[in-house]
Design a binder for this molecule. Structure first.
Ligand code: IPM
Ligand code: MG
Length: 360
């Protein structure tokens, strides 16, 4: 059976980094016999420019028909003046929501080669291996009512709604507990239960779900403390369970512990196991088109795809090993360069990883 992958490069550095992941995929196809075909579609600002919408119907249809989706990044200053409904981000959020990709896995792993690239002391981050499980289709990102209005005093007002149903909390909690079972069996659920009723319910439901997983040690932490603990002593965490917005914020923070936000992949999974895979970083308009972006997060996202959607753990490990080999050989993009290593561009980094993959 041939695997069908929908490829959505998106905006900014998206096309550059996706091109490198596709080189890796080509290598798996030609050298390791992986049966896979790809089809490209537009999303985000690129789709808006071509079709007047960031989320064209054809893109949704292609993604529905595909076995899996590889996405680069969306957004950029060019589209910021547009109405919210037309912004590039609506394309990405629409896809997450339409395909019910509620379970977002964001592994923050520090490769030993990058210990000195982190802004934190080596002893704080060496050996770091955290999995953030972020709820992705609910919470304040999607809650209604939302919008802008003029209030009674004639002032402009903006408002959003933080809302979670019990079943939404339950299903993401199950995801997190199951992942904790495959790791070190420690789960820390993040909330703001001292202030927000919605997250008080979050804590309650997580505790209820936890009764099914007596072998997993469950703890709870307020989000402000969690942000502090991530930079104070990040290795205390194994799996972190978060709502949509807290996960967005904490995963950028966790990414920096690994040396660069350019290192963190992600998987967004539906109940069916169908997934979308993308780096957690954005479209980085400031460096777009310069060939200097780090393609590793996207290449590692491809590895996650093979592992989670296609049960191809061996291919996934091959990719991860190849990334390590390229790092061992001293290749670094600008975001992770340090003394004694060689700075290379996006394409050269991709090539180094492909060469390493061939040699596995
Ligand atoms: C992420 C991004 C997105 C998010 C944006 C681009 C909508 O920051 O995947 O973390 O906020 O979820
Ligand atoms: Mg984010």
């Amino acid at each position: 059976m041939t695997i069908k992958i929908a490829v959505l490069p998106g905006d900014g550095i998206g096309p550059e980094i996706v091109a490198e992941a596709l080189k890796v995929l080509d290598c798996l196809r030609s050298d390791f016999g992986l049966a896979v075909e790809t089809e490209h579609a537009l999303i985000g600002g690129a789709a808006y420019d071509a079709h007047g919408t960031p989320f064209p119907k054809e893109t949704l249809e292609l993604c529905r028909a595909a076995d899996s989706i590889l996405l680069g990044a969306v957004g950029g200053p060019k589209w910021e003046p547009l109405d919210y409904s037309l912004r590039p981000e609506r394309g990405l959020l629409g896809l997450r929501s339409e395909l019910e990709l509620f379970s977002n896995l964001r592994p923050a792993v520090l490769y030993p080669q990058l210990v000195s690239a982190s802004t934190l002391k080596p002893e704080v981050v060496a050996g770091l291996d955290i999995m953030i499980v972020r709820e992705l289709t609910g919470g304040i990102y999607f809650g209604k009512p939302r919008g802008r209005r003029i209030n009674e005093d004639g002032e402009r007002e903006g408002y959003n709604t933080l809302v979670y149903s019990e079943s939404e909390i339950r299903r993401i909690a199950h995801s997190a507990f199951q992942i904790a079972r495959k790791r070190n069996r420690r789960l820390c659920s993040i909330d703001k239960a001292n202030v927000l009723e919605c997250t008080e319910l979050w804590r309650e439901v997580v505790i209820e779900v936890g009764k099914d997983y007596p072998d997993v040690a469950l703890s709870h932490m307020y989000v402000d403390n969690a942000a502090m603990q991530l930079v104070r002593n990040p290795k205390q965490f194994d799996v972190m369970l978060t709502d949509n917005m807290f996960g967005d914020i904490l995963s950028d923070c966790a990414a920096m512990l690994t040396g660069s936000i350019g290192m963190l992949p992600s998987a967004s999974l539906a109940e069916s196991g169908k997934g979308m895979y993308e780096p957690i970083h954005g479209s980085a308009p400031d460096i777009a088109g310069r060939g200097i972006a780090n393609p590793i997060a996207t290449i590692l996202s491809l590895a996650m795809m093979l592992r989670y959607s296609f049960d191809e753990a061996v291919s996934a490990e091959r990719i991860e090993k190849a990334v390590q080999t390229a790092l061992d050989q001293g290749f670094r993009t600008a975001d992770i360069v340090s003394e004694g290593t060689v700075e290379v561009g996006t394409a050269a980094m991709g090539d180094a990883i492909v060469t390493a993959l061939r040699a596995v």
